[in-house]
Ligand binder design. Structure first.
Ligand SMILES: N[C@@H](CCC(=O)N[C@@H](CS)C(=O)NCC(=O)O)C(=O)O
Length: 81
């Protein structure tokens, strides 16, 4: 199981903000592409309580579903630099 997992959508600028930071920090992660339809984003909703992406999972640090790109970028900077 990968430590870091990211739920994302191609072409999503908020997701790109996070993947740019992951790449910048040289972090590997497992990517999960979510469905376009919000009603079908059941997995994201289960882990984060909402249907927006990006959502980060960091198993090693007990992060089971963090939404909000700015929060994720800040989290990565604080924990992986
Ligand atoms: N404030 C959020 C915005 C994210 C956002 O709007 N993501 C879009 C895809 S690019 C989405 O999934 N929106 C879901 C929604 O509006 O409920 C963030 O920065 O993460």
């Amino acid at each position: 199981m990968a430590t870091l997992e990211l739920y994302e959508l191609p072409g999503c600028p908020f997701c790109a903000k996070v993947t740019d930071k992951l790449d910048e920090l040289g972090l590997e992660y497992e990517s999960h592409e979510v469905p376009q339809a919000h009603s079908e984003r059941t997995e994201v909703e289960e882990i984060s309580g909402q249907t927006g992406v990006p959502v980060l999972v960091d198993h090693d640090n007990g992060i089971e579903g963090m939404p909000e790109s700015s929060d994720i970028v800040e989290y990565l900077e604080q924990n992986y630099t």
